[in-house]
Design a protein around this ligand. Structure first.
Ligand SMILES: Cc1cc2nc3c(=O)[nH]c(=O)nc-3n(C[C@H](O)[C@H](O)[C@H](O)COP(=O)(O)OP(=O)(O)OC[C@H]3O[C@@H](n4cnc5c(N)ncnc54)[C@H](O)[C@@H]3O)c2cc1C
Ligand code: FES
Ligand code: FES
Length: 1297
C-alpha cells in the first residue's frame, strides 16, 4: 500500500519487511453477523491493497493533526519527549492509538506488548513509555530509597507536566465509515478479482470456489497475512502472477470448541488464536490446557503485534519455515490438520508433514488447509515450548522446540514422548528415534543423560561453514530438553509430592522465562534558579520544536517532498564481488524495462568521479574495478521506484575476480594492507615499567561493527533548476556543505550553483556524511544527464549493504600491574577494519588513541592504531567515533587485572582512576573532580555495595540463573582536534511583525539542536520562543558550515546564534533605551522606520584545539564530560538469554540548556550502546556479502531490552566555562556507558565460572550475545556439544607470571 500517491506521507518506510513498525496503520473491519467492528494495527509495507476491500484504514493523519485537533496520544508522545528524529513516531502513535481504540484503559503489560513491533533508534524508549504510562490503569512510581535524599530544593524530577494533557475521550474518535458498514450489510459477498500490471488477485467467498481455483492454479499461493509471501516477493525475487486470498471464506475462520479440543480456521490471525487460547485457559481445568499454554507461550513473543494481527495460523504452518515457532509445539502436541482439495477432504497429524525430515511430506499443491485441531491435554501429559532468539521479542528464533510427554497412569514411566525442534535445519524436525527409544523409561537422571546423547546423534546439524551457530544450536537442543526435564519433574512432584522429589530449590528459577515489564524510571536534574525570568527557556525541559509535527506525521522528510514535474526515481546497481575487474556491463535488457528512462555510469559524470581526501579515493561509480560488494557500479532512472528497481535487477555485470580478497583485520595484517598514516602515542617508559611490575597479563578483544540503522534511510532529491546549471539538492545529511562541494565537483560547476537543503534528518549517528555526498552525487549526475528531478531513496537492504557502519576493532593489550592493583604499564595495539576506502578511518583511529585512557591515569603507556584496508564497504563515523571501542578494550584489561589480583573490578577502577589535576597521555591538562563526583554519586544512588551483596546472595541460591552487576566510570573529551572544524555561523532575521527567522549551520537529526538554538535566541533577544521560527538548514543561508558531528552542534552553533542575537540587540538598544516600556513590536517597528538593519549574521571561530602527532602532544580537546553507570543483569545459563534489570547513570554535562533533550540523548545513546555491546551482530558471507540487511537479521534494541529500572541523574552544580551557558555537548558520550551492561554480564558469567571451577581469566568479545554467554557458562551440555569442557579456555588470553 502506498501513501505517496494520496499524499498521506505520515506513514513511514523504515524497512519494508514488517520488522520496524514505522509504517504502522490501523485497519478496521466490520462483521455484519456479529455487528462488531475490529480494529487492529498492521504494517502497511506488507499489506496488499487488495486485502483491504471493505476495510477502513486509519493512518496517523486520521488520528489527529495540527489543522484539526491533536489526539492525546500525539500530544503526550510529543510532550513527554518521546520523539527525537521523529521518524518512528507515527508508527508509535498508531500502535498506541490502536490499543486505546480497543481498550481505553490498558494495563501496562498490554501497552508494552503493543510496542514490541516498533523500533526507535533515538530515544531508548523510556520517554515513549512515559507517554504510554499516562494512559495505563496502574503504573508504579520509581523512587528507590537511595534517590530520596537527592530530591531536594532546586532538584527536579519532572520533565513534563501531566496537568497539560487533554483527557482521552473515546467518544471523540473517528467512527467506522457508515458506507462501509452498509456495504458489508447489504452487498452479498462475491468473488473479487483485481488485475494489476503483472498480477491477478482473486478473493473467493466459498470453500468450493477456493478448491476450484486451487485446482486450476496449483502454483498460486494462498495469501492471508502476506507476511511470508510478501517478503519473498519483495526481497527474494519470487513472482506470482496469480494470488488467491481465502481470508473471507467462513470455513477458514471457524472457531469450534469440541469435546477433545479446539478447532481453529486456518485463516484465523495469530492474535485471534492468542485471545482464544487465553480464554480457553481461563475456562478449562489446568489438566486440559497444557497444549494451549505451550502454544500461547510461543505466541507471546512471535513477531510484534502488527505481525500477529495479520499473520494466519495456516500461513505459519504451511509456509513450513524452519523458524516457525508454532510448528514444533503443534506437531509435538498431536495437532491435526483438516485438509481439502477438489472432491477430497482428509485429516492428517501435523507431525506427518515433518516425518521425512525435510518438511515435504504429504500436502499436495492442490490441497488447502481448512482448519487446525488443537487437542486438550490429558491426565499425566505435559507439554512445553521453548525458543531462543537474538532478541527476546519480535525476532525469529535461533532454535525453538515443542515437547510433550505422556506417562503411564499414576507413574513416571514414559508412555509417549514427542520432541520437535525448529531453527536447527531448514525445516521443523522430529527427534523420533530418541522418543521411541525412551518409551518405557522412568523420568530420571539416567533417562536425561541418554536423551541428550540420543538427541545430539539424531539431530545432525550441517557444518559451520557459513558461520552458522552450530555449537550453540546443539547446546540449545539439549538445554531445552533439560529444561523440559526439570519442568516435568516439578509437575510430577505437584501431582505426587511423596513419590517425586521435584527440582532442587536452586534450580527452580530457571523454570521462569524473563518477562518484559513496563520499566520504572527517574530522571534527576538541577532545576533553574528561581530568580530566572519565567520567559527565559534556558535550562527548562522544553519539548522538541518538531515534537507535535513528528507525532502527527506532518514533519517532512526528503521522501515526503511532493513529486516534481517529470521526476524520475533512481535505483542503484551494486557490485556482487568483493574485488574484481569489471569486464562488461550489459544494460540492454534493463533499458527495455517498462518506464526506464536511462542508465547512468561513471562515463556520465561530467567532472569528478573520484574524490581524493587522502591517498585513496572515495568513488561515485566504480569505473574499471570493484573493491567491495555493494559498491555502486551504475544506476537506473525510471518513472517509478518499482520500475527502476526491476530494471536495476536486469543489469548484467561480468567480473574477473582479482586477488587478494581481504575481508578481515587478520587478513589485512597478513597482507600488510593499511591506510596511512599509522598512529602512535607514548608516555613514560613502558618497557622499563614492565620489568618492575608484579604481574603482566596479555590478551585481545574483538569488537564487532555496528550498523547505524538510522530509521530514515539515505535519501536525496536532486532538482535541476533549468538555468545557469543551478540545482537544488534536498538531502538527509549531517553535512550540507560537503554535499554541496561533492555535487558541484562531480558536475564541474562552482559551488554557488548547488543549493543544499536540509529540513530534518530521520537519524544519522555519523552515517550521513561522506557516503551521503557520494549518493547525492549519483542523483545529481543523473539529474544533470536527464535534466529531470531525480529521487534516490535507498531501501533498507541497500542502505545497509552500501553505506558501512562502525569499524570492527581488534584490541591487543599487555598490562603490567602490582599485586595491590596499581597498573604501571600498558602497551596496546588497535586495528580497525576501515573497509575499502579511507572515509574518516584515520581520524577514528586517532580518536581511539586519544580517548583510550578513559578514566584512568596510567603512568607508562604506549598505544598504536592502524586502519586496515579491506574489501568490505567503507566504514564511517559513528556516534563515539572510536572511543566506544578503545575504551571497551581498556575496561577489559581493567577486569583482567581484577581477575588476576583477586580484587574487585570497581576497586581496580578506583585505584587507577584520575584523582587530581593531571595530564593525559598526550599532555593535555584535566581536572577530574567531577569524574570522582559522578563515580561516588553513582555508587551511592545505585546502592552498589548492598546490591552487590544481594547479587552474591542470589547467585548462591540459584544455579541456572545468575545475576551480575558492574559500575563503569567515563571521561569523555570534547573537541574536534582543530579550530576550523568547530567554526559556526548563524543568520537571524527580524521581520517587521516582530517574528524572528533563525537559521544556523547545525542539522536537526533528532538531537534537538533547533529547539536549543531557539532557546538561546529567546534568552538573548528576551522574547518568547513562540516568536522564533527555524525553517531549514541550507547552504544558501549559512555557507561552509561544519558537519553536525562530535556532540559539538549546540556548542558551536549556540555561540554563533548568541553572537547574531547580540548584534541585533546592540542595534536595538538605543531604541529600547528610549522607550523602555515599549513592546518588542514597538521597538522593531521603530527600528525599521529608523532604517536599522534587522538582519544579522553570527559567527564562532571555533575552539583553539591542536594535536601534533609527530610529538604525540597537544590540546585536541576543549573540555571533558564525565559520567558513571551501574548496571545489573540476570542471565539464564541454559540459553545465554539475559535481562537488563537496572541501570543508574550519573552524568556531568555542565548546566543543561534543555534537560529533557539532554537526558534523551544520554538514554538514547546508552541503549544504542547496549545494542553495540550485547546484541547487534553484522554477518558477512565468506565472499564478503553482508548477510544482515534488515531488521529481520540485524537486531537493534527494542522495548524489551531496556533496563526494568532506569535512572539518569545530571550532576548538579557543574560549570563549564568553555561552552554556551556553561553547558557541555552530550550527543555521543552516553553510548560508551552501555558497556556497563557488558561488564555486568561478564560479572554474572564470572560467578558461573567460579562456581563451576572454570578458568578464571577469560576473555569475552563484543557483542556479548546469548551465544557467547551460553558458551562461557560451560557445563555438561556444552561439553556434549562442543567436545571440550571450557570453550573460553581456547581464547587467546595469557599470563606471564
Ligand atoms: C517481521 C516478521 C516477524 C516474524 N516473526 C516470527 C516469529 O517470531 N516466529 C514465527 O514463527 N514466525 C514469524 N514470522 C512469520 C509469520 O508468522 C508467518 O509469515 C505467518 O504466520 C504466515 O502467515 P500469513 O497469513 O502471513 O501467510 P502468507 O504470507 O499469506 O502465506 C504464507 C504461505 O502459506 C500458504 N498458505 C496460507 N494459508 C494457507 C492455507 N489455508 N492452506 C494452504 N496454504 C496456505 C500460502 O500459500 C503461502 O505459501 C514473522 C514474519 C515477519 C514478517
Ligand atoms: S516499514 Fe513496515 S515494518 Fe518497517
Ligand atoms: S525518534 Fe525514534 S527513531 Fe528517531
Amino acid at each position: 500500500m502506498t501513501a505517496f500517491s494520496v499524499r498521506l506521507t505520515g506513514t513511514k518506510y523504515g524497512c519494508g519487511g514488517g520488522g520496524c513498525g514505522a509504517c504502522t496503520v490501523m485497519i478496521s473491519t466490520y462483521e455484519p453477523t456479529s455487528k462488531k467492528i475490529r480494529h487492529y494495527s498492521a504494517n502497511a509495507c506488507l499489506l496488499p491493497i487488495c486485502s483491504l476491500y471493505g476495510a477502513a484504514v486509519t493512518t496517523v493523519e486520521g488520528v489527529g493533526s495540527t489543522k484539526t485537533r491533536i489526539h492525546p496520544v500525539q500530544e503526550r508522545l510529543a510532550k513527554c519527549h518521546g520523539s527525537q528524529c521523529g521518524f518512528c513516531s507515527p508508527g508509535m502513535v498508531m500502535s498506541i492509538y490502536t490499543l486505546l481504540r480497543n481498550n481505553p484503559e490498558p494495563t501496562s503489560e498490554q501497552m508494552i506488548a503493543a510496542l514490541a513491533g516498533n523500533l526507535c533508534r533515538c530515544t531508548g524508549y523510556r520517554p515513549i513509555l512515559d507517554a504510554c504510562k499516562t494512559f495505563c490503569k496502574y503504573t508504579l512510581p520509581f523512587l528507590p530509597p537511595p534517590y530520596s535524599p537527592y530530591i531536594t530544593l532546586f532538584i527536579s524530577t519532572r520533565l513534563f507536566s501531566t496537568d497539560e494533557f487533554q483527557p482521552l475521550d473515546p467518544t471523540q474518535e473517528l467512527i467506522f465509515p457508515p458506507e462501509l458498514m452498509r456495504m458489508a450489510e447489504n452487498q452479498p459477498k462475491r468473488t473479487l478479482v483485481f488485475c494489476g500490471e503483472r498480477m491477478t488477485w482473486i478473493s473467493p467467498v466459498s470453500l468450493d470456489e477456493l478448491l476450484d481455483l486451487k485446482a486450476a492454479h496449483p502454483k498460486a499461493p494462498l495469501v492471508v497475512g502476506n507476511t511470508s509471501v510478501g517478503p519473498e516477493m519483495k526481497f527474494r525475487g519470487v513472482f506470482h502472477p496469480i494470488v488467491i486470498a481465502p481470508a473471507r471464506i467462513l470455513d477458514l475462520n471457524v472457531v469450534t470448541h469440541m469435546d477433545d479440543g479446539l478447532t481453529l480456521g486456518a485463516a484465523c490471525s495469530l492474535s485471534l488464536v492468542k485471545d482464544i487460547l487465553t480464554n480457553a485457559i481461563s475456562e478449562f481445568p489446568e489438566e486440559k490446557t497444557k497444549v494451549f499454554c505451550a502454544v500461547l507461550q510461543q505466541l507471546r513473543t512471535l513477531g510484534g503485534e502488527q505481525i500477529r494481527n495479520v499473520a494466519s495460523l495456516g500461513g505459519n504452518i504451511i509456509s513450513r519455515k524452519s523458524t516457525s515457532d508454532l510448528n514444533p509445539v503443534l506437531a509435538a502436541s498431536n495437532c491435526v490438520l483438516n485438509l481439502a482439495s477438489k472432491g477430497r477432504k482428509r485429516q492428517i497429524p501435523l507431525s506427518d508433514i515433518f516425518a521425512d525430515g525435510v518438511g515435504n511430506n504429504t500436502i499436495t499443491s492442490e490441497e488447502i488447509l481448512v482448519s487446525v485441531h488443537i487437542p486438550h491435554s490429558r491426565k499425566g501429559e505435559y507439554v512445553s515450548a521453548f525458543r531462543q532468539a537474538p532478541r527476546r521479542e519480535n525476532a525469529l528464533p535461533i532454535t525453538n522446540a515443542g515437547m510433550r510427554v505422556l506417562f503411564e497412569d499414576g507413574t513416571d514411566i514414559i508412555k509417549d514422548l514427542s520432541i520437535f525442534y525448529g531453527g536447527a535445519i531448514s525445516t521443523t524436525i522430529c527427534a523420533k528415534q530418541t522418543c521411541w527409544t525412551l518409551i518405557g523409561r522412568h523420568w530420571n537422571e539416567q533417562m536425561l543423560d541418554e536423551a541428550c546423547r540420543l538427541l545430539l546423534q539424531e539431530i545432525a546439524l550441517p557444518g559451520s561453514a557459513s558461520g552458522e551457530k552450530v555449537d550453540y544450536k546443539k547446546t540449545l537442543i539439549v538445554s531445552f530438553f533439560y529444561r523440559f526435564f526439570l519442568e516435568v519433574l516439578q509437575s510430577l512432584k505437584k501431582m505426587d509430592p511423596c513419590h517425586y522429589p521435584g527440582v532442587p530449590m536452586e534450580y527452580r528459577s530457571v523454570l521462569q522465562d524473563f518477562q518484559t515489564k513496563m520499566p520504572q524510571s527517574i530522571q534527576i536534574y538541577q532545576d533553574i534558579d528561581p530568580s530566572q525570568s519565567p520567559q527565559d527557556p534556558v535550562g527548562r525541559p522544553i519539548m522538541h520544536q518538531s515534537g507535535i509535527m513528528h507525532a502527527t506525521g506532518e514533519a517532512v522528510y526528503v521522501d515526503d517532498l511532493p513529486s516534481v514535474d517529470g521526476e524520475l526515481f533512481l535505483a542503484v546497481v551494486t557490485s556482487s564481488r568483493a574485488h574484481a575487474k569489471i569486464v562488461s556491463i550489459d544494460t540492454s535488457e534493463a533499458l527495455q524495462g517498462p518506464g526506464v528512462f536511462d542508465i547512468i555510469t561513471a562515463h556520465d559524470v561530467p567532472a569528478t568521479n573520484e574524490f581524493y581526501y587522502s591517498d585513496d579515493p572515495e568513488i561515485i561509480f566504480a569505473r574499471n574495478k570493484v573493491i567491495c560488494v555493494g559498491q555502486i557500479v551504475c544506476a537506473v532512472v525510471a518513472d517509478s521506484d518499482v520500475h527502476a528497481k526491476q530494471a536495476a535487477a536486469k543489469v548484467k555485470i561480468e567480473y574477473e575476480v582479482l586477488e587478494p580478497v581481504i575481508l578481515t583485520i587478520e587478513e589485512a595484517i597478513k597482507h600488510n594492507s593499511f591506510f596511512e598514516p599509522k598512529r602512535k602515542l607514548e608516555q613514560g617508559n613502558v618497557d622499563q615499567a614492565f620489568e618492575t611490575v608484579d604481574n603482566i597479563i596479555e590478551g585481545e578483544i574483538h569488537i564487532g561493527g555496528q550498523e547505524h540503522f538510522y530509521m530514515e534511510t539515505q535519501s536525496v532529491l536532486a532538482v535541476p533548476k533549468g538555468e545557469d546549471k543551478e540545482m537544488d539538492v534536498y538531502v538527509s545529511t549531517q553535512h550540507p556543505a560537503i554535499i554541496q562541494e561533492m555535487v558541484a565537483a562531480s558536475l564541474g560547476v562552482p559551488a554557488n550553483r548547488i543549493m543544499c537543503h536540509v529540513k530534518r534528518v530521520g537519524g544519522a549517528f555519523g552515517g550521513k556524511l561522506l557516503k551521503t555526498g557520494l549518493l547525492a552525487s549519483v542523483a545529481a549526475v543523473a539529474a544533470n544527464k536527464t535534466s529531470r528531478a531525480v529521487r534516490l531513496i535507498l531501501s533498507r537492504g541497500d542502505d545497509m549493504l552500501i553505506t558501512g557502519g562502525r569499524h570492527p576493532f581488534i584490541g591487543k593489550y599487555k598490562v603490567g600491574f602490582m599485586n595491590d592493583g596499581r597498573i604501571r604499564a600498558v602497551d596496546t595495539k588497535y586495528y580497525i577494519n576501515a573497509g575499502c576506502t579511507p572515509d574518516e578511518s584515520i581520524l577514528v583511529a586517532e580518536v581511539s588513541l586519544l580517548k583510550m585512557d578513559n578514566a584512568y591515569k596510567i603512568p607508562n603507556l604506549r598505544c598504536w592504531a592502524c586502519a586496515c584496508k579491506t574489501n568490505l564497504p567503507s566504514n564511517a563515523a559513528f556516534r563515539g567515533f572510536g572511543f566506544p571501542q578503545s575504551a571497551l578494550v581498556t575496561e577489559t584489561w581493567i577486569t583482567g587485572v581484577a581477575d588476576k589480583t583477586g580484587l574487585s573490578p570497581e576497586k581496580i577502577r578506583e585505584i587507577n582512576m584520575y584523582k587530581e589535576n593531571a595530564q593525559t597521555h598526550f599532555k593535555q591538562k584535566l581536572d577530574p573532580q567531577n569524574l570522582i563526583r559522578c563515580w561516588n554519586e553513582c555508587m551511592e544512588k545505585s546502592a552498589y555495595y548492598s546490591r552487590k551483596t544481594a547479587v552474591i546472595e542470589f547467585n548462591k541460591q540459584n544455579y541456572w540463573k545468575k545475576k551480575g552487576i558492574a559500575i563503569v566510570p567515563m571521561k569523555f573529551p570534547f573537541g574536534l582536534g582543530t579550530r576550523y572544524l568547530s567554526q559556526a555561523a548563524a543568520l537571524v532575521h527580524i521581520y517587521t511583525d516582530g517574528s524572528v527567522l533563525l537559521t544556523h549551520g547545525g542539522i536537526e537529526m533528532g538531537q534537538g539542536i533547533h529547539t536549543k538554538m531557539i532557546q538561546v535566541a529567546s534568552r538573548e533577544l528576551n522574547i518568547p520562543m513562540s516568536r522564533i521560527h527555524f525553517c531549514e538548514t541550507s547552504t544558501r543561508t549559512v555557507p561552509n558550515a561544519c558537519a553536525s558531528v562530535g556532540s559539538a552542534g549546540t556548542d558551536v552553533n549556540g555561540m554563533a546564534v548568541k553572537d547574531a542575537c547580540q548584534t541585533l540587540l546592540k542595534r536595538l538598544q538605543p531604541i529600547i533605551n528610549k522607550n523602555p516600556k515599549g513592546t518588542w513590536n514597538d521597538w522593531i517597528k521603530e527600528a525599521f522606520e529608523q532604517s536599522v538593519s534587522l538582519s544579522a549574521t553570527g559567527y564562532f571561530r571555533g575552539y583553539d584545539e591542536n594535536m601534533d602527532w609527530e610529538k604525540g602532544e597537544g590540546q585536541p580537546f576543549t573540555y571533558f564530560l564525565y559520567g558513571a553507570a551501574c548496571s545489573e543483569v540476570e542471565i539464564n545459563c541454559l540459553t545465554g538469554d539475559h535481562k537488563n534489570l537496572r541501570t543508574d547513570i550519573v552524568m556531568d554535562i555542565g548546566c543543561s540548556i534543555n534537560p529533557a533533550v539532554d537526558i534523551g540523548q544520554i538514554e538514547g545513546a546508552f541503549v544504542q550502546g547496549i545494542g553495540l555491546y550485547t546484541m547487534e551482530e553484522l554477518k558477512y558471507s565468506p565472499e564478503g556479502v553482508l548477510c544482515t540487511r534488515g531488521p529481520d537479521q540485524y537486531k537493534i534494541p527494542a522495548v524489551c531490552d531496556i533496563p526494568e529500572q532506569f535512572s539518569v541523574s545530571l550532576l548538579s552544580s557543574s560549570q563549564n566555562p568553555y561552552a554556551i551557558y556553561a553547558s557541555k555537548g552530550i550527543g555521543e558520550a552516553g553510548l560508551f556507558l552501555g558497556c556497563s551492561v557488558f561488564f555486568a554480564l561478564r560479572d554474572a558469567v564470572t560467578s558461573v565460572r567460579n562456581e563451576r571451577g572454570l578458568k578464571n581469566t577469560f576473555s569475552l568479545n563484543s557483542p556479548l550475545t546469548a551465544e557467547q554467554i551460553r558458551a562461557s557458562c560451560a557445563d555438561d551440555f556444552t561439553e556434549m556439544c562442543c567436545g571440550w569442557q571450557d570453550p573460553l579456555a581456547l581464547l587467546p588470553v595469557g599470563s606471564s607470571d
